[in-house]
Design a protein around this ligand. Sequence first.
Ligand SMILES: [Zn+2]
Length: 288
Amino acid sequence: MTIRSMRRLLLVAAVLGLCAASRSAAALSVFAATKGLQDPHQVQARPALIARLRNADLAICTGAELEIGWLPVLQRSAGNGAVQPGARGFLAAAELIALKEVPTRLDRADGDVHPAGNPHIQTDPRNIALVGKALTQRLIDLDARNAEHYRARAADFEQRWTAAIARWQTQAAPLKGLAVAVEHRSWVYLLDWLGLREVGAVEPKPGIPPSSGYLAQLVTELPRKETRMILYAAYEDPRPAQSVAGRINVPAVALPFTVGGTDAAKDLFGLFDDTVTRLLEAMHAGRS
Ligand SMILES: [Zn+2]
C-alpha cells in the first residue's frame, strides 16, 4: 500500500518513543527533534528544526508545558498553519492523559515546577497506547485516502503492545510495594503502573540542586523508609543519585527514560524491556 499525501511527520520532545511507534505504525517519514540522551527540559530552539516544522503535516509533542521554552518559538517561526496549536496537525500527548502531580498552588520558590502536572507520561506503556490511538485517528483525519493502511498498522501495533504490557506486568510483579527514591521526579507514571512507592527525591524541588543539609536529612530518612534503590534517568548527571545511594548502601539505577536512553532501548519495546530488567536486577543486587 502506498502513502500518497503525507509528506513528513514531525515528532518532538520526550515522546521520542512515539517516533519509533509511528515509523512502524504508519510507515511515514518521521523526524525527532530530540535525542535519547537529551534533557527534555533543556531543548534549544535550533534553527534547523524550523525548516523541519515548516514542511511537516503533523507535529506531536508531550505537552503539559514540557516544551514551553522552545516549541512555541519554532511554531511561530515556521509559519506553517498546519502544525499550530489547535490545528489538526498538532497533537499534544498530555491532553489525552489524566496528569498526576498537578500542583495545588504555584510558587517559583517551589523550583522549576511543572505547572500543568507531571509531563513525563511516556514511562507508562498504557499511556503510549492511548497516544497511539489518537495518533492513528489524526493520521486518518489528515490523510483519509490511506485510512486502511493506518488502521491495519495500528491494529498490529496494538496487538503486540497489549501482549508486551501483560508480559512486563508479570515480570515486574516482584517489584510491587518496593520503596524507591528518585533523582528528578520523572517516574510517577512508571511507579504507579508497577506498584512501586516513591519515598524521596534527591532533587528537593524540581530543577533545584540539593543542599548538604537536605542530603544529610535524606541519608537518615531513606533507610528508615526501607528504600531499596535510587532511580535516575540516563540523561541525568548520575553523581547526586550515586552519592546518596553509596551512603545508604543501595544501588543507583540508570533507567533509559525514553527510546535511545540506553543501548537496549532501541525501540519502544526495548525501552520497557530494559526498564523492567534494570529494576529487577537492582532489586536482586540490593538484597544482601
Ligand atoms: Zn520534569
